[in-house]
Design a protein around this ligand. Structure first.
Ligand code: NAD
Length: 282
């Protein structure tokens, strides 16, 4: 058996096609959605992601601004920049690209983003609402992951879901969203002992560790849904996920490729959140 591919690229195209119509209809009313992405420093991977978001905005007719601040930006100046955007009526969505430089990373930068413009869903207010299962801006990657899983039409109630990774932007919110859908959720991380004891019981396995080759075929249950969130650039430039795709595909019912799985869905979810922020503001 070969698992079916969960094609995030194709699914994101469907979402972007729908959003294109929504932006046109907003523009006909004189409303132009606008997203501002703040990038501090010059992390090369961040530059790639920021440009992808920018391109997606331009394609849909969403106004897009990249606010590029120097690596040595002071905390106070970053907060000032965010507050200005919070108070700017022409801006509907604000995203602070992560990771921030070390001197800013442990400060409450994300708390400064107005929850109504927090289209990346990482302000503690939106995290809290997501935890409670209430309407909110959900973080883009977990939202994209859930859309991919739901497209398989699998009944989620009662299944064993294992999430590898406990970051605030992927692992934790994904685990919460699966819990809110009735899955029995286990969260594994770098301190987990005998990882395969958990993964082998997973009907649904989400891997967000950033470790190429972490999940091998013997760790996966027959017929599982496997979502590979990892993005790893190997020497030579090839991009791979965290899952040994070719071998695991032979056991899985569904599997996401890297690239072309979760990545495009993250962008599509961000666009959805931005247009929603604009609609709710207008
Ligand atoms: P992170 O470094 O913040 O978190 C990684 C998590 O994996 C940690 O909780 C850690 O405990 C766990 N982990 C690390 N090694 C492990 C191991 N050997 N066994 C079990 N758990 C282990 O990373 P993140 O921001 O959550 O991102 C994870 C991966 O997903 C990265 O490769 C990142 O590039 C990718 N990512 C992809 C998208 C996308 O749109 N596709 C979005 C965000 C992140």
């Amino acid at each position: 058996m070969e698992g079916r591919i969960l094609d995030g690229k194709a699914m994101s195209e469907v979402i972007l096609g729908r959003l294109d119509g929504e932006v046109k209809s907003l523009r006909r009313k004189g409303i132009v959605p606008k997203l501002v992405v703040i990038q501090v420093g010059d992390d090369p991977a961040s530059t790639i992601y920021v440009n992808k978001k920018h391109k997606a905005c331009l394609r849909l007719g969403i106004e897009s601004e990249i606010k590029h601040l120097p690596e040595e930006t002071r905390y106070e100046d970053l907060i000032d920049a965010i507050v200005k955007l919070n108070n700017d009526d022409s801006v509907h969505g604000i995203l602070v690209q992560l990771p921030l430089p070390e001197h800013l990373s442990h400060k409450g930068v994300l708390e400064a983003v107005d929850p109504a413009k927090d289209v990346d869903g990482l302000n503690p207010y939106n995290h809290g609402k997501n935890l409670l299962g209430k309407e909110c801006f959900q973080p883009a990657t977990p939202r994209g992951i859930i859309s991919l899983i739901e497209s398989t039409k699998t009944e989620l109630e009662g299944i064993n879901a294992v999430v590898i990774g406990r970051s605030n932007i992927v692992g934790k919110p994904t685990a919460i969203m699966l819990l809110n859908r009735g899955c029995t959720v286990t969260v594994c991380h770098s301190k987990t002992r005998n990882l395969s004891d958990f993964t082998q019981k997973a009907d649904l396995l989400i891997v967000a560790a950033g470790k190429p080759g972490l999940v091998k075929a013997h760790m996966v249950k027959n017929g599982a849904i496997v979502i590979d969130v990892g993005i790893n650039r190997l020497e030579g430039g090839k991009i791979v996920g965290d899952v040994d795709f070719d071998e695991v595909r032979k056991k899985a019912a569904w599997i996401t490729p890297v690239p072309g799985g979760v990545g495009p869905m993250t962008i599509a979810s961000l666009m959805e959140n931005t247009i929603r922020a604009c609609r709710e503001y207008a």
